[in-house]
Design a protein around this ligand. Structure first.
Ligand code: G4P
Ligand code: NA
Ligand code: NA
Length: 192
């Protein structure tokens, strides 16, 4: 998505070897109009699919997921993160290890909000190592629901997230911006 690439070039900041800060429009301050256009883009990319629900993880997945749900006219469910690993009968849960933060969170979704009949689009802000996607897939699998694919705002293609997701059977991933590398603090996008 050209608009997103331009926004990343204008407002993104590269930190260290592999982190892109986009807290002026995505991860802290949010640009609602851009979010809405991204939500529409996700809806267009998956227009060939029947989707009954959008699933994401709090916090930064929520904004793009809500806009995708708005464009698709379906409910949006966000998995809640918890440090506690205690299991509950009322929720589907999965452990998600964060390489970036070197912590494990449990993510959970109340069983009332996922049914075996659901056709689910997963949404997240970043695809890095793929652990969040794998955790969401685990939960949707527990519900017996179907995943139609995953929509990602920013994929770092030089990290193993897509491969890890593919290996787990998550084969359809549509990313609005794909970063091939950071070179001298500059963002290099994958050629489309
Ligand atoms: P993974 O889910 O792909 O395995 O990602 P990883 O463990 O590497 O990243 C953990 C957290 O760091 C995630 O946010 C992820 O979105 C975020 N992240 C990964 N790479 C980048 C990056 O280059 N820039 C930014 N800004 N974030 C990155 P989270 O812990 O789920 O936090 P939240 O923002 O949703 O609250
Ligand atoms: Na994040
Ligand atoms: Na995230």
């Amino acid at each position: 998505m050209k608009e997103l690439e331009e926004r990343i070039q204008a407002d993104g900041r590269v930190l260290g070897a592999d982190i892109l800060k986009v807290d002026s429009f995505l991860n802290h301050q949010i640009d609602p109009a851009l979010m809405q256009r991204m939500g529409q883009e996700f809806a267009d990319l998956f227009a060939d699919q029947t989707i009954t629900k959008v699933v994401t993880v709090e916090a930064s997945g929520i904004a793009p997921a809500v806009m995708a749900g708005l464009a698709l006219n379906v409910p949006v469910v966000f998995a809640r993160k918890s440090k506690s690993r205690i299991l509950s009968d009322e929720a589907f849960a999965a452990d998600v290890y964060s390489y970036t933060k070197q912590t494990t969170n449990q993510i959970r979704i109340d069983k009332r909000f996922l049914a075996a009949t659901d056709q689910v689009l997963l949404i997240d802000d970043f695809l890095a190592n793929g652990q969040a996607l794998l955790g969401m897939k685990d939960i949707v699998d527990q519900a017996g629901a179907t995943i139609v694919g995953a929509g990602i705002v920013i994929e770092k293609s030089f990290q193993p997230g897509r491969d890890n997701a593919n290996q787990a059977g998550l084969t359809r991933i549509e990313s609005l911006a794909k970063i091939a590398a950071f070179e001298d603090g500059q963002v290099v996008f994958d050629q489309a």
